[in-house]
Design a protein. Structure first.
Length: 148
């Protein structure tokens, strides 16, 4: 009996942030299943993820910080998203820590730990993007204009 595995090309990172999150989840899942990716490909994929998360933070922080409102739900949403951005920097450091463990001693347990952490990060990023979309929708319903 064969179990389905997600199809993913670790060497080809997507352009959109949402697609990148799914890509991270897929190749991380394959690591959990002990896919024998060369370390150079895993390193390149981690660089792509790190760059995408940092780029996302820079682009999103601008519009989030410009939201002004007396609506407490929007204010809480702004605080949540900003704290997420801070935590993602720590999450990336942790992801690299797991990679360095694989570099030092490349065996299945370390690869699985890296893959599991990649999946945790992907899920956190997916939830974060859903929160961003909800905040955008709520602020547009309130006819909030970003402050120039």
């Amino acid at each position: 009996m064969s179990f389905p595995r997600p199809e993913v090309d670790i060497r080809s990172s997507p352009r959109s942030f949402d697609e990148l999150i799914d890509w991270l989840d897929c190749w991380s899942y394959r690591l959990v299943l002990l896919e024998e990716y060369p370390l150079s490909e895993v390193r390149a994929a981690l660089l792509a993820v790190s760059h995408a998360v940092s780029t996302h933070r820079l682009s999103a922080e601008g519009w989030i910080a410009r939201l002004t409102t007396t609506d407490p739900a929007v204010a809480r949403g702004v605080e949540l998203l900003q704290s997420d951005h801070e935590r993602f920097e720590t999450s990336l450091e942790q992801l690299w820590w797991f990679f360095r463990a694989v570099e030092k001693e490349d065996h299945g347990g370390h690869r699985q730990a890296l893959g599991q952490y990649g999946r945790v990060l992907a899920e956190a990023l997916r939830r974060h993007r859903a929160d961003e979309r909800r905040l955008e929708a709520r602020s547009s319903r309130l006819d909030m204009e970003p402050v120039p």
